[in-house]
Ligand binder design. Structure first.
Ligand SMILES: NC(=O)c1ccc[n+]([C@@H]2O[C@H](COP(=O)([O-])OP(=O)(O)OC[C@H]3O[C@@H](n4cnc5c(N)ncnc54)[C@H](OP(=O)(O)O)[C@@H]3O)[C@@H](O)[C@H]2O)c1
Length: 266
């Protein structure tokens, strides 16, 4: 199975490395289209002859095309690669906000998967939500899901509009986590810890809390009840969070991301 990655920046390289590390794709079967050649030198093992700065006949050899350029670069890329595409090729797009119908109009391909990964894909801990055009059969979808799963976990959704929702939750999500972590780190420093000490406390707390949650059937609220005893320290903190409507504000922030994703998609 030959795979072409068009756009080998952060995400394109993550995919290339994950496919090779999982041995799902042989290095000889992996092709890269990347205009900034300096960018691809860090992907080891791919034969130099498989790395191309410009579109060409090699595109027609690929069974699967992965589009991982920035959304604003898609119009140009689409024109460059469309002459070499043919029906039967599967296309996986991770471009934020570019709809399946737009990809179809530009490329003429009908078997299209649209996916929204996130940054932890870089270390195999990604969360990807994906959907597909009606033309993809189960076997083809399974192949694409196997590729995606080399970067972490995945969830299939029928409704393409849920990709915008996933963008707001898991796509942008790592930034929200870092935001809360940073606020806790800064509080820790004000209480007298050094930066590295505060980072250790906060990083391990986030990691421990998530692992604990994953290993149980309890909801987040049930875990909160277990940590917060009546009249205790946690309850004092939760009271301030509640008075400042952090819950409602978090929801409003995620809806702002959701609305922005929909706007960009239009
Ligand atoms: N980064 C994330 O966490 C994340 C998460 C979810 C989804 N995504 C999506 O993933 C896509 C890629 O993001 P990224 O962060 O990996 O972007 P990136 O680092 O900018 O990588 C894109 C690469 O594609 C190259 N390129 C653009 N047009 C090209 C063309 N016509 N021919 C050949 N190469 C071309 C760019 O070259 P130049 O450097 O010369 O422009 C760049 O090296 C985006 O659509 C984004 O929405 C990213």
């Amino acid at each position: 199975m030959k795979v072409l990655i068009a756009g080998a920046g952060n995400m394109g390289k993550t995919y290339a490395r994950s496919f090779l590390a999982s041995r799902f794709i042989e290095a000889n079967d992996l092709f890269v289209l990347e205009r900034s050649q300096g960018s691809v030198s860090s992907i080891q093992n791919i034969p130099q002859g498989n790395i191309h700065p410009q579109a060409g006949e090699f595109i027609s050899q690929a069974d699967i095309l992965i589009l991982s350029v920035k959304p604003q670069d898609f119009a140009v890329l689409g024109k460059q690669i469309a002459p070499y595409m043919h029906q039967g090729q599967l296309l996986l797009s991770i471009m934020a906000g570019i709809k399946i119908s737009t990809i179809y109009e530009s490329t003429g391909l009908t078997k299209i998967v649209r996916a929204m990964p996130n940054l932890p894909a870089q270390i195999g801990m990604g969360m990807t939500v994906f959907t597909s055009s009606a033309d993809m059969d189960r076997k083809e979808l399974f192949i694409i899901q196997n590729l995606i799963n080399t970067t972490g976990k995945s969830l299939y959704v029928e409704d393409e509009r849920k990709i915008d929702a996933a963008t707001a939750i898991s796509g942008s999500g790592p930034a929200y986590v870092y935001y809360f972590m940073e606020a806790m780190i800064q509080a820790g420093i004000k209480m007298g810890f050094s930066l590295s000490q505060a980072e250790l406390l906060v990083n391990q707390t986030f990691m421990g809390a998530v692992h604990l949650h994953n290993q149980s059937n309890l909801t987040c609220n049930e875990w909160i009840e277990r940590v917060a005893s009546k009249g205790g320290t946690t309850e004092a903190a939760l009271k301030v969070l509640s008075e400042n409507t952090v819950n409602e504000n978090t929801e409003a922030a995620l809806f702002a991301a959701f609305n922005r994703a929909r706007e960009l998609g239009n």
